[in-house]
Design a protein around this ligand. Structure first.
Ligand code: SF4
Length: 363
């Protein structure tokens, strides 16, 4: 059997300002702590045991664009000592305020070929409510610089933080800028975050659905290839497709997950723990064949293309119809899945009510 090509994820857990809605693994930036973290990260990467050929590298966070040129180069050199990349997609998440003429040139020089800009909104009132570091003008300036250097770039947006009008304005501006990729996520009000504590009236589900549908209709010239993701032809995110197809990936940094050889591992989210014991796992779970089959179906049903029975059979040496024919037929009768050109894929309704697909498949 040929060795699988991995997706490599690196979690950079520092931010200059903590946003009001965020519960990711992130810490206020401190220079000395960041240096200690990077040392630990290289130790973790060097001690990796598993397949070493990779097709994608994704620097996420936190804020990877917080790293200096020297820090990024030393991180890439640790990675390239261990992993062999074959025509990789190398993505980096950036904060608009970190984008300068010099930084984009440097990212390009070290091999980054896809940049994802955390815009969230083009409305200043919304940005300030979310306590983002940048404003709309800063985001437009960053987009100008990034689009001048990279063909493959995208923006992340969040809806549900303020008015329908502000969201539609953000979508209008997005459409006029034509980013090759747009991720559009609903704001989650997570207990414990300042935004959760400060907001009494949450948006009704129907309103959230309307905002979702606004994105669908105003980004209609994009391929809506995953529930929350839109791309122009040829610009789907190859790294995230690895998760949505339940393929192998290795994650490094606090809170990062890996899934290799049907073993799921999680790093401790606590930064002190991580720095003290780099590579120590907080969780190691052996996934059995049935769980991998279910998870593979659930993940594929986040994608507009769905899954083909032939792919399933080749991957698991079993028949999809034999294993899951009954729930798949129920989901088709309910209008959440449909058969299309030999594949089973989610309908528009199946995108809105995606959790119901998962619930029925795990029963
Ligand atoms: S920049 Fe991103 S990771 Fe950092 S606090 Fe804001 S949302 Fe969270």
């Amino acid at each position: 059997m040929t060795e699988p090509l991995l997706g490599i994820y690196i979690h950079i857990p520092f931010c200059r300002k903590l946003c009001a809605y965020c519960d990711f693994v992130r810490y206020p930036f401190e220079e000395a702590l960041c240096e200690a973290f990077l040392k630990a990260l290289c130790v973790e990467i060097a001690s990796f045991e598993g397949p070493t050929r990779a097709k994608t590298l994704f620097l996420g966070g936190g804020t990877p664009s917080i790293l200096t040129e020297r820090q990024l180069e030393s991180l890439f050199s640790c990675l390239f000592k261990i992993f062999e990349f074959s025509s990789p997609e190398i993505s980096m998440e950036v904060n608009p305020d970190d984008v300068t003429a010099a930084s984009v040139q440097h990212w390009e020089r070290i091999g980054v070929n896809r940049v994802s800009i955390g815009v969230q909104s083009f409305d200043d009132a919304t940005l300030s409510k979310m306590e983002r570091r940048h404003d709309a003008k800063g985001a437009l300036h960053a987009i100008d610089l990034v689009a001048g250097h990279f063909n493959n770039w995208g923006i992340d947006l969040i809806y549900g933080a303020s008015t329908k009008h502000a969201w539609q304005e953000t979508l209008n501006i997005t459409d006029s800028l034509s980013p090759p990729h747009v991720s559009s996520y609903a704001l989650s009000y997570i207990p414990g975050t300042p935004m959760y504590n400060a907001t009494r009236a949450r948006m009704e589900d129907d309103t959230v659905l309307q905002l979702y549908q606004d994105a669908e209709s105003m980004l209609a010239r994009y391929e809506h290839y995953e529930i929350s993701n839109f791309a122009l032809a040829g610009f789907q995110c190859r790294h995230n497709l690895i998760y949505w197809k339940n393929e192998c990936y290795a994650g490094f940094g606090p809170g990062a997950y890996s899934f290799v050889d049907r073993i799921r591992m999680a790093n401790p989210p606590d930064l002190k723990d991580y720095v003290e014991y780099p590579g120590r796992k907080a969780e190691v779970t052996q996934i059995d064949l049935f769980d991998e089959e279910v998870e593979t179906l659930i993940q594929h049903f986040r994608l507009r293309e769905g899954i083909s029975p032939g792919y399933y059979e080749k991957r698991f040496c079993e028949s999809m119809d034999k294993n899951f024919g009954a729930p798949l037929r129920i989901l088709m009768e309910r209008g959440l899945l449909e058969s299309h050109e030999g594949r089973i894929r989610p309908t528009a309704q199946g995108f809105y009510l995606n959790d119901e697909i998962g619930l029925l498949l795990v029963k």
